[in-house]
Write a protein that binds this ligand. Structure first.
Ligand SMILES: [Zn+2]
Length: 274
């Protein structure tokens, strides 16, 4: 079994503010180490559950947060962005199952630590075929296109509940109880690392036993609708060929999830204020 870990930062142990996850801020350096520890716990769990190979994709910000010098020596690291499949880099390389580590709730959720959908600056909502989606839905839909199910996730209680709702009966490691967007009751690493390891192991074991949730299959063609934060962002997003507009919302249709994913990324990248 070849397992891919897609690792974001907002749902990592102890993270509650943008300062913790923003390169250049003093606090960020602390949380790169905490993030790497969460990842190593999941890697240990994946191997204990029967994985033969583990790939880790660094999926936050510029994709170079995880400390490679401290990464479990059995894993390999997809580092750096932009890459062709971004947060799911490597998913097209015969992956059998996916773990979503350090994930967060979609934009507008509460209570949820650092809730947003892809861009906290530009995106005020994402819908796939009319269903409100988070990054986890988008990324799991791309994994589903390649036949891989999500097996396990970690994050706050709201993120984990949303992922169970969208992705099926996955294993979840709730590392903190969000009380607001920038506040949470956090378990210490002493508690979260064994929890992440145990849930990762259980998720991979269930795959081996053919008892894992099914891959998330998004019906094609995929209608992607993005609500931008401001109208000038929507003006820029309309540069995407084939886009249509209703106020702050810009939509397009893609023939499959990888194309929906790249179209969404292009739209968001274009929409940033210049
Ligand atoms: Zn992130």
């Amino acid at each position: 079994m070849k397992i891919l870990l897609s690792v974001d930062m907002e749902g990592i142990t102890g993270v509650t503010t943008w300062n913790h996850v923003t390169p250049g801020h003093a606090e960020y350096q602390r949380f790169r180490k905490v993030m790497t520890d969460d990842v190593n716990a999941a890697v240990r769990g994946a191997f204990a559950g029967g994985a033969d190979e583990v790939w880790v994709t660094d999926a936050h910000w510029n994709g170079s947060n995880i400390l490679v010098e401290e990464l479990d020596g059995r894993a390999q690291l997809n580092s750096g962005l932009p890459s062709p499949l971004s947060m799911m880099s490597g998913i097209d390389q015969a992956i059998d199952g996916v773990l979503l580590i350090g994930y967060h709730a979609r934009f507008g959720s509460t209570p949820a630590v650092l809730d947003h959908t892809w861009s906290a600056t530009c995106v005020a909502g994402l819908w796939l075929n009319g269903m409100e989606a988070g990054e986890y839905t988008l990324n799991a839909g791309v994994a589903g296109h390649y036949g891989a199910p999500v097996l396990m996730a970690s994050g706050d209680q709201t993120a984990c509940a949303q992922m169970v709702e969208h992705l099926g009966n996955i294993e979840t490691a709730v590392v903190k109880q969000a009380t607001g967007r920038f506040s949470a009751l956090c378990l210490p690493a002493e508690k979260t690392l064994p929890l992440i390891e145990q849930k990762a192991k259980a998720g991979v074991q269930r795959l081996a036993q053919k008892a894992a949730p099914a891959p998330l299959v998004i019906k094609t063609p995929v209608e992607v609708r993005v609500r931008l934060a401001t109208s000038d962002m929507a003006d820029r997003a309309m540069l995407l060929p084939g886009a249509t507009r209703n106020g702050l919302e810009v939509s397009f249709t893609a023939e499959d999830m990888p194309r929906a994913f790249s179209g969404f990324r292009a739209l968001v990248n274009m929409s940033y204020p210049s």
